[in-house]
Structure formats: C-alpha cells, structure tokens
Design a protein around this ligand. Structure first.
Ligand SMILES: C[S@@+](CC[C@H](N)C(=O)[O-])C[C@H]1O[C@@H](n2cnc3c(N)ncnc32)[C@H](O)[C@@H]1O
Length: 269
C-alpha cells in the first residue's frame, strides 16, 4: 500500500496509521481471508494507493508497475510529466471556459507561452496531448543549454512547427512582436537550488517576472503557475496586490515534488 498526503492532511493525518487501518479493514472484509500480505515492492499482485487531499480521498489500484509519468516521447523530464500535463490541462480548461473552442475564426488559435520553459516539458505535454487543436505555443529560457534540451524534446516528440523557442530573460521585456498578446501563461518557476537560485534571489526576482507576465498577457488571460509552498504567500501577495497586478485567484492545487511541497495556482488577469 502506498499512502500520500497533501495540503492540510499533512498536518492532521499520519500516513502509517492510515495504511494500518485500511490494511486491517481489507483483511477483515469478506472474501479476503486467503489474501497474503506482501511487503516487497513490486511483488504484490494488487497494490492500493491512498491519496488524501483537501478535497477528498482517492483510492486507486495501479495497473502497471511503470510510473505513469514515464513518456516515450521525452528525453529530458525534469518536471514530472503528470504535473506538466495537469498544468497544461488546467490552462486549456480555463481558457475553454472563457471562450469555448478557441479564439474563434477571427482571432485564430489561442497563444500560450512558458517564459521559463527549461526543457519544455509542459509545452510538449500540451502539444502531444491536445494536438495543438486550439493552441500555438512559445517557450523562452535564459539558458541556452536548457533550450538545447528543449529542442531535443520537441524533435523527439515531433511537435515542431507550432512550438517556437527563444532565448530571453523573464525579468525583462519579452522578445514578442509588438502586436502579440498572450491568451495564457504556464510556468514552473525556479524555486530551488537546482537552477542555482537561492531563496533570497527567487524572492528578489519575482516582482519583475510577474510584471513581465502581466505586460505580455491580454486582459482576462489565464496564468497557471507552479511555485514552492514556502514562497507561495509571497507570490499570492504580489499577484493579488490591488495597486499593481490585481490578478484574480481562480484555484490552488497543493502538491508534492519529491521532498518539496508546492502549489499550482490558476490566476486570471
Ligand atoms: C524550474 S525550471 C523549469 C523546468 C521546466 N518546467 C522543465 O520541464 O524543464 C526553471 C527554468 O527557469 C530558467 N530561468 C531561470 N531564471 C530565468 C530568467 N530570469 N528568465 C528566463 N528563464 C529563467 C532556468 O534556466 C530553468 O530552465
């Protein structure tokens, strides 16, 4: 059995106690008298996953031993593909609620950008899953090495023509054509030491990054942002400041990334 806790459940629940109670309930239930407990990972015939979130309890039986985050079409996967996919579908769902079916004939497909795209996991997930039906995609990163990895991912997934990349600094004005306004921004902001940023640096850079996002996004556009739980109050304070950005918070999803806790925020400009 595999028990995961997220959000407030982390403070009030004990994963081991949950595993014990669910296990003994199964053992006591009719029909399971001959079941044997197998503790070696990958050896049990049936594995149960219990996921306790703020919204409810999810019980699942994995159908394969392979992690569902594996992707045959990606070489580099620094952000778990399931998280990338969730971020992409949140963006599309919220855009679709505003304008069902895309920007319409006159405006053409929606335009979305990841301004700190790294290896472009989120953009490739969006492109593969939704086949660009309603979407043109752009990726930007300050690091040429990361953009090289992004190009390898895009090539392997064969999603080139409508996914363009550019080098640029998300803290400055982005290299967009003057008339271009984005419908959506999706971004896994750097918040750890993995990209050489200290917490103080991340905090110092955040106002300029959010201002640039604000400048590039059309009014009513959607932002899906992943950020560390520790720095989330700072992000929310800046994003919702009435005197500057004044973005509307549409939803928050707490999640765990390895040992780090984070949040996916959905805002509307
Ligand atoms: C958390 S990673 C994004 C990872 C990405 N989601 C992926 O799957 O590869 C953050 C990225 O932000 C980039 N970055 C850091 N500071 C930046 C800045 N000022 N402007 C643009 N990109 C920046 C880093 O080079 C890194 O690739």
């Amino acid at each position: 059995m595999n028990v995961k806790l997220s959000g407030a459940a982390r403070r009030v629940c004990d994963a081991r106690r949950i595993a014990k109670s669910v296990g003994s309930a199964i053992v006591k239930s009719a029909g399971s008298e001959n079941w044997e407990i197998e503790l070696r990972r990958g050896q049990a015939e049936v594995e149960l996953s219990v996921y306790v979130t703020d919204d409810g309890i999810i019980l699942a039986v994995p159908l394969t031993l392979k992690p569902i985050s594996e992707r045959s079409y990606l070489t580099h996967i620094p952000l778990r593909s399931t998280v990338a996919s969730a971020m992409g579908s949140l963006l599309l769902r919220h855009l679709d609620e505003l304008e069902p079916g895309g920007g319409g004939e006159e405006r053409g497909p929606w335009l979305a950008m990841d301004p700190m795209c790294g290896t472009a996991t989120i953009l490739v997930e969006l492109a593969v899953t939704f086949k660009f039906k309603f979407l043109d995609l752009m990726g930007m990163d300050v690091s040429v090495e990361q953009l090289g990895r992004a190009r390898e991912n895009i090539l392997k997934a064969n999603v080139g023509p409508r996914l363009s990349l550019s080098v640029g600094d998300a803290r400055r004005r982005w290299p967009l054509k003057r008339e271009v306004e984005l419908d959506g921004i999706v971004c896994d902001l750097p918040f750890g030491l993995q990209h050489g940023n200290t917490e103080a640096e991340v905090k110092r850079n955040l106002p300029a990054i959010l201002q640039s996002m604000h400048g590039a996004l059309r009014s009513g556009g959607i932002l899906v942002l992943l950020f560390s739980a520790a720095l989330s109050p700072h992000l929310k304070e800046l994003a919702q400041a009435e005197s500057s950005l004044n973005w509307k918070l549409l939803a928050t999803f707490p999640l765990k990334l390895g040992e780090l806790h984070g949040n996916i925020f959905v805002f509307q400009k």
